[in-house]
Design a protein around this ligand. Structure first.
Ligand code: DOR
Ligand code: ZN
Length: 350
């Protein structure tokens, strides 16, 4: 069988991205827009993006940070809090916001304003059901007594399944899934009774298991949340990603933190992959002999799930080695990418 050395796909979108704010925006947007036509911009700023007004202002700052001539399109989501109302949802819909993000309070970076009890935003959830506004979920319980490696699986039973039953019309995206349980839950969900469900998968969770965080010492640039899991989970994620099942699509969760806040006694969670996301995904699909399934996962299924048109542009990748930079100078700080200083098997053409 011949091995593809070049692949051309419909231009992909990133359905889960952190670009933060301020003077680092231009460099971050440059990295993302070199590969992706659109990206869902996460709202976990400080303070969080909780209203349509704040989202539109943030969107404008991102548009202003694009390289000259770029048509990159940021898609905005709002941060769900205990105080989100039906009115917030209606305004968001009018403003073109594409979803709300549920961060259980304390789950991850800048999630202090997250939801403490879903019953508190019940009117908002009812409105989301009726206007078809999707809920993007960070699927981890937060109790300190639950093992960090079990938090996603426990979330499915304790939060996600009850949530979908209570709001049977709610469209849900289970973000950055990391376990066999999540992969199988989404794969097997009966959407004739309950709302549609999709899931995003990051490149690091397709390529690495939890050994990567501890190989030869603590490696903070492999630490993200939800944390990398055992090999059996990575294998289950690859299996669903390459299956051609449209419920699974690309979301990098590229989450830049400065070098000093990662290489720290209490390092921040997040892997920076915006610069090399598509070569990383190509490597994961290639390793599974499934390059022919990359286009659906990266460029079709997310747009279909969100009810948006597919892109018309193209992206070409070729099997050509390159070294991942050791770090990027972004504004006046340094950001260390995933697998910094090591080889990447694929490159983007053009
Ligand atoms: O690793 C992570 N980093 N996980 C998240 O959920 C948030 C993100 C960030 O914003 O840094
Ligand atoms: Zn994220």
């Amino acid at each position: 069988m011949s091995v593809a050395n070049t692949i051309e796909i419909c231009q992909p979108d990133d359905w889960h991205l952190h670009v933060r704010d301020g003077d680092i925006l231009p460099d971050l947007i440059l990295h993302t827009s070199s590969q992706f036509a659109r990206a869902i911009i996460m709202p976990n700023l400080k303070p969080p993006v909780t209203t349509a007004e704040l989202a539109l202002a943030y969107k404008q700052r991102i548009l202003d940070a694009r390289p000259l001539g770029s048509s990159f399109e940021p898609l905005m989501v709002l941060y769900l809090t205990d105080n989100t109302t039906a009115e917030h949802v209606k305004n968001a819909k009018k403003a073109g916001v594409v979803g709300f993000k549920l961060y259980p309070a304390g789950a991850t970076t800048n999630s202090d304003a997250g939801v403490t009890d879903l019953a508190k935003c019940s009117t908002a959830l009812v409105e989301m059901e009726s206007c078809g506004m999707p809920l993007l979920v960070h699927g981890e319980v937060t109790h300190a007594d639950i093992d960090i490696f079990d938090r996603e699986a426990v979330f499915i039973d304790q939060v996600l399944e009850p949530l979908r039953k209570n709001y049977p019309g709610l469209k849900v995206i289970f973000e950055h899934i990391t376990t066999k349980q999540a992969a199988h839950y989404v794969r097997d969900a009966d959407t004739s009774r309950l709302g549609a469900i999709g899931a995003t998968i990051t490149p690091q969770h397709l390529l690495y298991n939890r050994n990567a965080i501890f190989s030869g010492g603590v490696r903070p640039h492999y630490y993200c949340l939800p944390i990398l899991k055992r090999e059996e989970h990575r294998v289950a994620l690859v299996e669903v990603a390459i299956s051609g099942n449209p419920r699974f699509f690309l979301g990098t969760d590229s989450a830049p933190h400065t070098k000093d806040t990662k290489e720290n006694a209490c390092g921040c969670a997040g892997c920076y992959t915006a610069w090399h996301a598509m070569p990383l995904y190509a490597e994961a699909f290639d390793a599974a002999n499934a390059l022919d399934r990359l286009e659906g996962f990266a460029s079709h299924f997310g747009a279909d799930f969100y009810g948006l048109s597919r892109n018309t542009g193209k992206l070409t990748l070729k099997r050509q080695q390159q070294v991942i930079p050791k770090e990027f100078s972004i504004a006046d700080s340094k950001v260390v990418p995933l697998r910094a200083g090591e080889m990447l098997a694929w490159s983007i053409v053009g």
